[in-house]
Design a protein around this ligand. Structure first.
Ligand code: 5GP
Length: 120
């Protein structure tokens, strides 16, 4: 096993099982193992970019792809009228897996102005 591989890379190779909702040549979408809302999924690019700030111009199309995919997944899951899209950047912001990923959280009452409510 390549010890530099992220958990998400090990999920992509099938080494770690996951509930796969979608995949294409650029990204996969899985259910979060520890959901913080009734709908909690992760959109993960196949290429490992550790944090959002590590992305550069070469990732522009991929980042656009991920945002469009977020909308498509929200529609597919029936939560397109109300969902939160979250990227934690850095350990102090709550990032625990250093392979860029987007969280979609939905089917939960989000309190106006309380962003932290998405995770608590
Ligand atoms: P972060 O805290 O880095 O923004 O988010 C990492 C997310 O990955 C967490 O919500 C955590 O529950 C999820 N996660 C960690 N390990 C696994 C795993 O092995 N499988 C799945 N499906 N999710 C995981």
């Amino acid at each position: 096993m390549d010890s530099d591989q992220s958990i998400f890379e090990r999920i992509m190779t099938g080494e770690i099982p996951s509930e796969l909702l979608y995949e294409d040549d650029q990204a996969i979408v899985i259910k979060d193992i520890n959901p913080q809302a009734p709908i909690h999924i992760l959109l993960i690019p196949r290429v490992k970019i550790p944090r959002l700030v590590d992305a550069d111009e070469s990732h522009q199309a991929l980042l656009g792809h991920l945002l469009l995919l977020a909308g498509k997944m929200a529609k597919q899951l029936g939560c397109e009228e109300a969902f939160r899209l979250i990227i934690n950047n850095g350990a102090d912001a709550g990032q625990t897996v250093f392979h860029l990923h987007l969280h979609i959280l939905a089917n939960k009452a989000f309190e106006e102005g309380q962003l932290a409510a998405a995770f608590n």
